[in-house]
Design a protein around this ligand. Sequence first.
Ligand SMILES: [Zn+2]
Length: 82
Amino acid sequence: MDPLTIAAIALATIPAAITLGYGILCWVAPFKTCQRCGGTGQTTTRFLRRPRACRRCDRGTRLRTGRRVYNVLHRLRSEAHR
Ligand SMILES: [Zn+2]
């Protein structure tokens, strides 16, 4: 087989496999641990270091970006077919 063909197949297959894997990950586990608070759901204030609720997440977990995009597109599609 031609080496350029093998390179073209690899260039087309690897990103598709990564995208498919991320899609499956977003389907199986749509929530991930919040990076800001480390899953505790609380952060500390800058001056007095008092604990307060994390503004980025809901109780330590947040939606993955891919799942958020899917939800937006799904909502858009359902509103378009209304
Ligand atoms: Zn958080």
